[in-house]
Design a protein around this ligand. Sequence first.
Ligand SMILES: Nc1nc2c(ncn2[C@@H]2O[C@H](COP(=O)(O)OP(=O)(O)OP(=O)(O)O)[C@@H](O)[C@H]2O)c(=O)[nH]1
Length: 312
Amino acid sequence: MQPTISESLNQKPLSEARILVVDDDAINQEMYRSMLADKYKVFYCENGQEAVEFCARHRPDLVIMDVEMPEMDGWTASKKIREIPELNEIPILFSTAVDSTNAELNCWESGGSDFMQKPLNRVTLVNRVRTHLTLKMHSDLLKKLAFLDGLTQQYNRRYFEECIPKEFALAMRNKTALSLLMIDIDFFKAYNDRYGHLKGDDCLRLVAKVIGKCMSRPTDIVARYGGEEFVCVLPQTDNKGAADMSYTIREAVLDLNILHEDSEFGQITVSIGMASISGYESGYFELLSKADAQLYQAKDSGRNCISGLRLK
Ligand SMILES: Nc1nc2c(ncn2[C@@H]2O[C@H](COP(=O)(O)OP(=O)(O)OP(=O)(O)O)[C@@H](O)[C@H]2O)c(=O)[nH]1
């Protein structure tokens, strides 16, 4: 059977959607659990500050937000989430017992996507959640289609260029780690020359797919940067984490066992250059050029290897 568009783009099914419930009341949390946990992956935070941090780190598909909470209320949290461009498209569904026109207005003005009055009606909650998640999944899919590389079905360079400045700004603002991997297939010209461009295209597809499979976090991104070169954006990943990812990718490509008789390794391999934010970069382009320089280093060191691990 032919895979659907969603399947071929590795779009996750609705049951894999991740919902963040922000509510300090244990009874309310239990109520959400009973209504939603059998259908989706549900996570909980008890105040606005925790919610902003959770969103920056895990990018849920929907936030259900209470208003009155200790430390930071839901309106403030919603505004903070909306200030971060990467989190702009997460729907925020307010759910509050505060019953006034002003309170309702605040929910909309702070960036809420929808509003529900407590006590909640089970049927309404379940249907509203499903509607918002379906819309979110569709918009993710459309975005993926617009930013997709036709050959490999991974993101294209335009997508990378859209996302890297935002990820860099987010990492600088939150003082979190960020790493880039530049991955290049070794002796690929010789592969095309010996086996032909169609086989070359097949090889690119297989390598792209296996790199995509190695990306374990929802925030990780792989894009085709050009010809036989890929770039991975790894938010909240330090240099050591980037090295782990690089070794996993290198091994996974070796495990493909694609015969390449004109390579000294006898099979398709990749070289990887890594760069991680050190705090001194003035812009994402510095990180990119460091990763690129490390890729050259890996090529110079004999290929089928990784360069860019910092010693401390
Ligand atoms: N089949 C196929 N080949 C491509 C595609 N895009 C780029 N290439 C080829 O990839 C090859 C890249 O060659 P080079 O840049 O010399 O790199 P290389 O042969 O891998 O050498 P090293 O990177 O130094 O190991 C060129 O022959 C391109 O034509 C594509 O979409 N399909």
